[in-house]
Design a protein around this ligand. Structure first.
Ligand SMILES: C[S@@+](CC[C@H](N)C(=O)[O-])C[C@H]1O[C@@H](n2cnc3c(N)ncnc32)[C@H](O)[C@@H]1O
Length: 273
């Protein structure tokens, strides 16, 4: 107990959150990597499904934790890998990079290239105990994505909603998560654009301390994971010059190739005369 009479809560197994996410592509999810590592290892889910994986940051944090702890979790990343209004549209190279990285987790990880609706029949009812809803972020999308997948969840499933604190571009996660908070056990991190955590019907024992947090204890959980999340952003920022130089090298190689082709065509033209 502190001088102020406040019982500092202990965050169980915090060491799980202190490993560095191994794969850090660009993502708005960076600051929740340590929480994903921690959550996976304390929850020990049987089946994890992610709706919206893009470059794979959040997805591979879960895969990393599954591998590190030798869990028997089966993981599924579902995405069209084409992008959307909020994530932006992107090229085929993103899918290829995610597929290449997925090889190291191929024993337990499956990528499903489909819309969320089309992938639904591939899963049995009450079979998923960790779901991450991170597709397009309009209110109707988040509501539809969660409600259509809800029958697939076990009673003690945990659901993550990203971007609960974004108030621009008609993001509707905040509104939908606020509605869910009225009738379901929830916890929310405010950093990293906001991450809503919800228990489906009952809170699994491993997450009781998180869901039971009240008042100042909530702040302790929030600041612990916000600080750990900052380390991912700092590492990302630190590596910016190397990424920029890699991009400049690629642009230089591309323009060199273009010039070389142009010069070769000139010579070929001279030869024919
Ligand atoms: C916000 S990004 C996911 C970010 C990712 N979780 C991360 O860690 O950075 C959203 C992704 O959802 C995908 N998406 C959006 N709506 C979809 C739908 N209905 N079916 C399949 N994929 C969808 C987009 O292609 C995009 O890659």
């Amino acid at each position: 107990m502190t001088a102020a009479g406040f019982n500092q809560p202990e965050i169980p197994n915090l060491a799980f959150a202190q490993a560095e996410p191994a794969f850090v592509p660009g993502s708005a999810w960076h600051q929740h990597g340590p929480f994903a590592l921690w959550l996976t290892q304390v929850l020990r889910p049987k089946r994890f499904v992610e709706l919206g994986s893009h470059a794979g940051y959040s997805y591979f944090c879960v895969c990393q934790a599954v591998q590190a702890s030798g869990l028997d979790t089966k993981c599924f990343a579902i995405d069209t890998w084409q992008g959307d209004e909020h994530a932006g549209n992107y090229g085929e190279e993103v899918y290829q990079q995610v597929s290449a990285h997925n090889q190291r987790y191929a024993v337990f990880s499956t990528m499903i290239r489909a819309t969320f609706d089309d992938a639904l029949p591939r899963f049995e009812d009450k079979s998923i105990d960790l779901l991450h809803v991170d597709g397009r972020h309009f209110y109707d999308d988040v509501k539809h994505d969660f409600e259509s997948w809800r029958p697939k969840l076990t009673d003690d499933a945990i659901i993550l909603f990203h971007d609960t604190q974004v108030r621009e571009r008609n993001f509707g996660v905040l509104q939908y998560f606020t509605e869910l908070q009225r009738e379901n056990p929830t916890f929310e991190f405010l950093h990293g654009h906001g991450l809503g955590i919800m228990a489906n019907k009952s809170v699994p024992p491993a997450l009781q301390p998180l869901f039971a947090a009240k008042g100042q204890a909530v702040d302790v959980w929030r600041s612990a994971f916000a600080s750990l999340g900052q380390t991912v952003t700092q590492r990302w920022d630190l590596q910016a010059p190397a990424r920029d130089s890699e991009k400049r090298k690629k642009r230089w190689r591309h323009s060199l190739d273009k010039r070389w082709r142009a010069v070769s065509q000139l010579f070929a033209g001279t030869g024919r005369r």
